[in-house]
Design a protein around this ligand. Structure first.
Ligand SMILES: C[S@@+](CC[C@H](N)C(=O)[O-])C[C@H]1O[C@@H](n2cnc3c(N)ncnc32)[C@H](O)[C@@H]1O
Length: 263
């Protein structure tokens, strides 16, 4: 198990282990009771003398990334979302709550292990209605998911070894809508170098991919694949290239742009 420095709710900087059970007070903030102090916040131990028992799980994405993921889904309003690596549902909730807010779309999420998310209370009834949970190994089992429409958003956060993520990226590309947003976690994570190399390999061979790395806690890459994008000028027909590139745009390309044909 990994050790992480945890800024505890009591303000101390204790070293805690993933999986450790800790007891913490329920601290709240209250604004000042007089008008001149209403912009200040005081900490109140509102649960005193009760304390909460919590089992630490450091596998979840950070809260900023959860907000980012929620915002990306809410802003782009996808119809079919694929998530790999459900775990206990923190990122699942970030996505599902955005689908509920948009009143549109469905999430298919898969994990190799069943963490009992549907029964854990992690998701509201409305979020549950927009989510299908699957247990199985990715990418091998992705083809067996009951996905009906092409994928237009994917969040990939299952096993972080290169062949596995590469397989997931290829699956998404093969089952994608004309335009798909793919988000990968752990792209700047010394523990998982395979994530970055998988995306490097994928992007290098998929010339319609655009990629942005956001320096979150573990690194978040946002990749867009757009059918036909970046394929202009690939025709060997010279001036007839425009027509040729439309034909090329029927499927997602794989392989780098043929830059030798540009004159
Ligand atoms: C980092 S956790 C995911 C955390 C979650 N996305 C979140 O932020 O709340 C990775 C998850 O991937 C799952 N996993 C690992 N290998 C897998 C595989 N081959 N297929 C499916 N899930 C896998 C693990 O069981 C684990 O629950």
């Amino acid at each position: 198990m990994s050790k992480y420095a945890v800024v505890c709710i009591d303000g101390s900087n204790k070293m805690m282990e993933d999986g450790q059970i800790v007891t913490v007070p329920f601290l709240t903030t209250r604004k000042g009771a007089a008008k001149e102090k209403e912009n200040k916040r005081w900490m109140v131990n509102a649960g005193f003398p009760q304390e909460m028992e919590v089992k630490l799980d450091m596998n979840h994405l950070d809260e900023g990334s959860a907000a980012l993921l929620h915002g990306l889904v809410l802003a782009s309003q996808p119809t079919t979302v694929l998530e790999t690596g459900t775990h206990k549902g923190r990122s699942t909730k970030a996505i599902a709550s955005a689908l509920v807010a948009a009143n549109h779309g469905h999430l298919y999420t898969i994990d190799i292990e069943n963490f009992g998310v549907p029964d854990s209370g992690a998701l509201s009834d409305l979020e549950m209605q927009r989510t299908t949970f699957c247990v199985g190994s990715s990418p091998d089992m992705l083809g067996q998911l009951p996905i009906e429409e092409p994928i237009d958003f994917a969040y990939l956060d299952a096993g972080h070894h290169e062949p596995q993520l590469l397989g997931e990226l290829e699956f998404v590309a093969e089952h994608a809508a004309d335009r798909v947003i793919v988000v990968c976690d752990n792209t700047e994570d010394d523990m998982w170098p395979g994530v970055r190399s998988a995306i490097d390999t994928f992007v290098a061979t998929r010339y319609e991919a655009e990629r942005v790395t956001i320096p979150t806690m573990c690194g978040f890459d946002v990749i867009t694949l757009e059918r036909g994008h970046g394929e202009q000028g690939t025709s060997e027909e010279g001036e007839e290239g425009e027509e040729g590139s439309k034909e090329d745009a029927v499927g997602f390309g794989s392989g780098p742009p043929d830059t030798g044909q540009g004159e």
